[in-house]
Design a protein around this ligand. Structure first.
Ligand SMILES: Cc1cc2nc3c(=O)[nH]c(=O)nc-3n(C[C@H](O)[C@H](O)[C@H](O)COP(=O)(O)O)c2cc1C
Length: 224
């Protein structure tokens, strides 16, 4: 009786899914659990926007002189905090900086320490010339870094899907941490006492379309 009830529920679930032209459902287990799995509303006959977004992303180091709308930045960070995290601890702090004075101010310190960058073609700022930066901080005890990585990739892909370019940045954050003169800029981020900067993401409208760098497919193996 219980099995029959579940079978009928499964049929209803699959029927609903079939009615939606672009929905794919896992109906195979309907007799056992009657649940819907893996509803993919993005896939049509030959197009999967998630996969296309992933494959189209490149690190961008040249940006248009165009600010990023706050609405878009909010969407991006909202996608970030919807990343999975161990036990849903959400062990991150996220700071969005689109203030020119902040970006140019800390870049002045960077330029003093690295005068050769001034001569670099197209150099605007130390965040790969982006008009905005998202700083990501993790707990000082070293935990949460994996979660913070997942948060960042969510933001990077969300940005790509909104027509924005990004570049994940370790170097500029290291510079800020290692140079006392940059401390006031870290203070302005108002991180909790037990958090430290981990990395940043430059974000803006791309002004270049770099080729994909080669990937080492041999590092992936299916185990026999
Ligand atoms: C943790 C991490 C730190 C990075 N730091 C920098 C950086 O400081 N400066 C930079 O220009 N790119 C940085 N990158 C970007 C990488 O150079 C880039 O992802 C890599 O070359 C692959 O190119 P792609 O992103 O275009 O596929 C960083 C990427 C990661 C994941």
């Amino acid at each position: 009786m219980k099995t029959l009830k579940h079978f009928i529920l499964g049929l209803c679930v699959c029927g609903t899914a079939v009615a939606g032209a672009s929905l794919l459902t896992a109906c195979g287990s309907a007799g056992q659990k009657g649940t819907v799995q893996a509803v993919d509303s993005t896939e049509t006959a030959d197009k999967n926007v998630v996969i296309e977004t992933i494959m189209a992303r490149r690190s961008i180091r040249k940006y248009k002189d165009q600010p990023v709308e706050r609405e878009k930045l909010e969407k991006v960070v909202n996608c970030g905090i919807n990343a999975p995290s161990g036990m849903n601890r959400q062990p991150w702090q996220v700071r969005v900086v689109d203030d020119e004075d902040y970006i140019n101010g800390v870049t002045e310190i960077y330029k003093q320490k690295n005068p050769m960058v001034v001569g670099e073609e197209g150099f605007k700022n130390m965040f790969r010339n982006a008009p905005a930066v998202i700083f990501i901080a993790s707990p000082k005890d070293g935990s949460g870094q994996l979660d913070c990585g997942l948060l960042g990739e969510n933001m990077i892909l969300a940005a790509q899907s909104l027509g924005l370019g990004t570049c994940c940045l370790g170097g500029p954050v290291r510079f800020m941490m290692d140079n006392e003169e940059a401390a006031p800029y870290i203070e302005r981020l108002q991180l909790p006492e037990d958090y430290t900067l981990l990395y940043a993401i430059a974000i803006g409208y791309p002004d270049e379309s770099p080729e994909a760098k080669p990937r080492e497919a041999g590092k992936v193996q299916f185990v026999k």
